[in-house]
Ligand binder design. Structure first.
Ligand code: KG4
Ligand code: ZN
Length: 340
């Protein structure tokens, strides 16, 4: 087997244009250009996202190659996110990867975005071991909220998921109602630092299984704001940090409640948290407390929480070793639900 696997990876599934170069599990470069155009729209505008990927992908690829100190002839394969994601955004990355694969005569590896979020934990970190299989994984992003049983890098099973909105959406939509720009999750996190998290409470989801639901919580947040601004039109301005801290505590509590149930049904000793919301400081604090109960909890490095191509590269590193290559005639799979 080849001892040095060098992968050029591309990620364009949503609003981050990214390219990375990895040598085995080590990241040589990881360039992420986060689109700013959506900030004022309160959410990602698909047409604008596709257009911005077209504009920035080639310069981002150029920079990633330059920073990595490698040359195309050294690449073992070209990897790209095939789905799930926005159709127009995925198309830009898939087309670019196919063209490079053809031009440089390198195999193509199509990657599942949610599997890549989970495998981001295997990116080499100095002095730290990756999680041991099998493990339970809570994946929390802007589009997904899932509990996944990971047997090995190729065998993942979804055991719980959101019935409606993702938790990242619950953060972003609440932020929009508060008049904050997109993406609201990191801003709520920051404002919550100086707030009283016990000031306000919200109603929970009463389901008993391993699924989540956030749409009711979002609606209750809307009514909470309506009611309070009726009495005090400056309510948001007067209480912003307390509102953020209380709402954030509530969302993290919902994630913890269902994850605990999953740990009762599947008593595994390793728990991985991945996806954009895994950057949240309250979530990190609460889930780290599980260590006291004998569960090892793993979080991605901050730069690999939100969308990035390094996680696509590490996934392709595993697939390359199994010879899992893709045809050059593949199309994006915007609704790719099962893990592959
Ligand atoms: O994984 P990701 O970059 O994209 C998707 O695959 O969806 O996740 C983006 C989501 C957004 O909803 C964003 O608000 C949320 O991750 N996010 C956070 C934080 N950082 C990013 N949510 C809460 N706290 C954060 N610190
Ligand atoms: Zn993502």
């Amino acid at each position: 087997m080849q001892t040095e696997i060098i992968i050029l990876a591309i990620e364009t599934s949503c609003d981050d244009t990214s390219c990375a170069v990895l040598k085995n599990r080590k990241v040589l470069s990881n360039v992420v250009s986060s689109q700013q155009i959506h900030r004022m729209h309160g959410g990602v505008v698909p047409e604008l996202a596709g257009r911005d990927h077209l504009r920035y992908l080639i310069p981002v690829i150029d920079e990633a190659i330059k920073l990595s100190g490698t040359e195309p002839k050294q690449f073992s394969a070209i990897a790209v996110t095939r789905g799930p994601g926005l159709p127009g955004s995925l198309q830009v990355g898939v087309n670019a990867a196919k063209s490079l694969s053809m031009a440089w005569q390198k195999p193509l590896i199509a990657v599942h975005h949610m599997r890549a979020h989970i495998l981001s934990l295997f990116i080499e970190k100095e002095g730290q071991q990756p999680p041991e299989f099998p493990f339970l994984c809570l994946t929390v992003s802007g589009g997904h909220t899932q509990l996944v049983l990971a047997e090995n890098p190729y065998d993942f099973k979804i055991i719980g998921k959101t019935l409606d909105d993702a938790v990242g959406e619950a953060f972003d939509k609440a932020a929009k109602l508060l008049g904050l720009p997109y993406p609201g999750g990191p801003i709520i996190d920051r404002l919550a630092q100086s707030g009283d998290e016990n000031k306000f409470s919200f109603s929970p989801y009463y389901g008993k299984g391993l699924d989540f639901s956030f749409s009711g919580i979002k609606t209750s947040f809307l009514y909470f704001l309506k009611e309070n601004t009726q009495h005090n039109q400056n309510f948001i301005r007067d209480h912003l940090p307390d509102i953020c801290a209380s709402y954030q505590k509530h969302l993290v509590g919902e994630l913890m409640k269902v994850t605990r149930r999953a740990l009762e049904s599947y008593p595994l000793k390793n728990l991985v948290i991945s996806g954009g919301v895994s950057a949240n400081s309250k979530l990190r604090k609460e889930f780290s407390l599980l260590e006291k109960e004998g569960i090892r909890v793993f979080f991605p490095l901050p730069e690999f929480c939100t969308d990035n191509a390094a996680m696509v590269g590490i996934t392709a590193y595993f697939d390359y070793q199994r010879g899992f290559f893709s045809d050059l005639n593949i199309a994006p799979l915007p609704r790719w639900n099962v893990f592959m």
